[in-house]
Design a protein around this ligand. Sequence first.
Ligand code: DX5
Ligand code: ZN
Length: 224
Amino acid sequence: MAQLKKAISPSLMCADFLRLGEELTALEKQGIEYLHVDVMDGAFVQNYTLGTDFVKKIKGACSIPLDLHLMIEEPERKLAWFDFGEGDYVSVHYEACRHVQATLSAIRARGAKAMIALNPATPLSVLEELLPDLDGVLIMTVNPGFAGQKLIPQTLDKIRRLRTWLDGCGYGHVDIECDGNVSFENAKKMSEAGANIFVAGTSSIYAKGQSLEENIEVLRRSLL
Ligand code: DX5
Ligand code: ZN
């Protein structure tokens, strides 16, 4: 089985918005693979975060592909509002979407990679009929809504079972992204369990005390 490339996806909701331009330049210099943009609508989750204008600005300012995480109700009605395309990743929550297959296919029709995001309590079995439509699965390792939470431990085994299942049924190319409390220590465990895209927030690259560059270096080393 070919090893999937390990990738870091900084969670921009954790960035310093007053220095965002400089931070994006630093991320580009560091060879960061994706930019994780959390969109929260105050309905699917109890918080509001980044939105359509932010996505458009980032897309225009930076060459790193987007990793758009839509924590919004009825994403099928709202995809057109977002500026994404070829090479970007877009994830919609299984729990928030009534027409999941159609939504994944609409994402792919725009040249982007289609991902399903699963809350900690949502079983892997919901993916069964969706495998041909998926480029990746985003496993929430905390409940969505806020940065700075603690890892829900059983999600590590969920990643492990998902990797084994995907590899065993001919879907070894499907990425597994993990999101929530991806600390330097947890990243290693998530990687060993089979995840290959790591959302880096306050627990790692935006941790206080060290520079963004130093934290990225430590995170890369913990993924080796
Ligand atoms: C929610 C977010 C958060 C967060 C990750 O989808 O992506 O999980 O920013 O960062 P920490 O490290 O604070 O959990
Ligand atoms: Zn996220």
